[in-house]
Design a protein around this ligand. Structure first.
Ligand SMILES: Nc1ncnc2c1ncn2[C@@H]1O[C@H](COP(=O)(O)OP(=O)(O)O)[C@@H](O)[C@H]1O
Ligand SMILES: [Mg+2]
Length: 329
């Protein structure tokens, strides 16, 4: 398998802000690759540089074999883009939106009609093709945008937060849909998300992005394995005391304190719980609760960045923001 995307020390500054701070990675042909990180991490800026919308401050990248600085037109012909903020014309029908895009891409009349019909079928909107987009549900709009992004048969499809603002059920539907697209057409997909679950379920490989840097990269399983075993999570009012008591224990692979919890990565966690309880008693740290789970991507993210991605807060803000955008159109 060849590399479809090659990113080399890509950097973008806005004044003194390092929005993207020297990132490098490769994406293979046919892969679903995810950039996962909180709001402001630099995901959209990265996508904008790879799609030639924004010039890098330094560094370089190749997309489908073309240099993003020197071969911009070839890059653009090879890619499809679906952006975070919806960019459909609500006063046109689904089919008209696609026609408009096809004309922009200078497709001939005959080829145009044929392609539009096949794309409408692909995104399962044949029945709704002649309905005004303002009467579409959120999921239908997102599907139409994907269809539009595929119209000129791109080798690489960029999706910036493809499921933002969708309800959980529609979101899952979209994931299945994106996987199907990838399997059937071997399109290379690069998507950004701040939903941990989405990265875990959907992506072959994931890069964690924080403050413009990639802090970890691998398959979801590889990333989870880096923590080495189970996560024992202890809630206590005296986390400083307990941390001192636990420090230096050889069987603890990693220890992380956050929001009144201490998370320990240990092998065979269930066997270590009694010892943790004993240590807590010895240092007079009162345990409020103790739980054990297999590491999730969230645990791994916490390990590498020292913070959690707060899904609720993010999705709430994004929903409000997209509502405001829609109202102002
Ligand atoms: N055009 C711009 N001018 C100034 N700052 C920007 C611009 N675009 C993005 N930023 C800043 O760069 C950082 C990264 O933004 P962005 O790439 O949109 O993050 P993400 O998509 O991960 O939420 C943020 O701090 C954001 O405010
Ligand atoms: Mg973004």
């Amino acid at each position: 398998m060849s590399d479809m995307i090659e990113v080399n020390k890509l950097r973008r500054e806005f004044g003194t802000l390092k929005a993207v701070d020297g990132i490098s990675f490769k994406v293979k042909e046919g892969e679903i690759f995810g950039l996962l990180g909180p709001n402001g991490a630099g995901k959209t800026t990265t996508i904008k540089m790879l799609t030639t919308i924004l010039p890098p401050t330094s560094g370089n990248a190749k997309v489908a074999g073309f240099d993003i600085k020197k071969d911009q037109n070839s890059v653009r012909r090879s890619i499809g883009i679906i952006f975070q903020d919806p960019s459909l014309d609500e006063e046109l029908t689904g089919r008209e939106n696609l026609e408009f895009h096809a004309i922009l891409y200078k497709m001939g009349d005959e080829q145009r009609t044929e392609k539009i019909n096949s794309v409408l079928k692909l995104v399962e909107l044949e029945d709704k093709a002649d309905v005004l987009v303002k009467n579409y549900s959120g999921g239908m709009k997102r599907r139409l945008e994907i269809g539009r992004g595929l119209l000129h048969e791109p080798k690489v499809l960029f999706l910036d937060e493809p499921t933002i603002g969708l309800d959980p059920q529609t979101r899952r539907h979209m994931w299945n849909y994106i996987q199907k697209l990838n399997a059937m057409h071997n399109v290379t997909l690069i998507l950004t998300t701040h939903y941990i679950e989405e990265a875990d379920f959907l992506c072959n490989r994931v890069a964690f992005v924080d403050h413009g840097k990639i802090v970890a990269l691998g398959t979801p399983t590889e990333l989870k394995n880096t923590l080495g075993g189970d996560v024992v999570s202890v809630k206590t009012e005296n986390s400083d005391l307990l941390e001192k008591g636990l420090s230096g224990k050889g069987w603890i692979h990693h220890m992380k304190k956050h929001d009144g919890f201490i998370d320990l990565s240990v092998k065979e966690g269930e066997k270590k719980i009694p010892e943790v309880v004993m240590i807590a008693q010895n240092v007079n740290a009162e345990i409020e609760s103790i739980s054990l789970h297999k590491p999730s991507l969230e645990d791994v993210f916490l390990h590498y960045t020292g913070k959690t991605i707060r899904e609720e807060e993010g999705s709430w803000k994004d929903t409000m923001r997209s509502r405001i955008v829609r109202r102002n159109r």
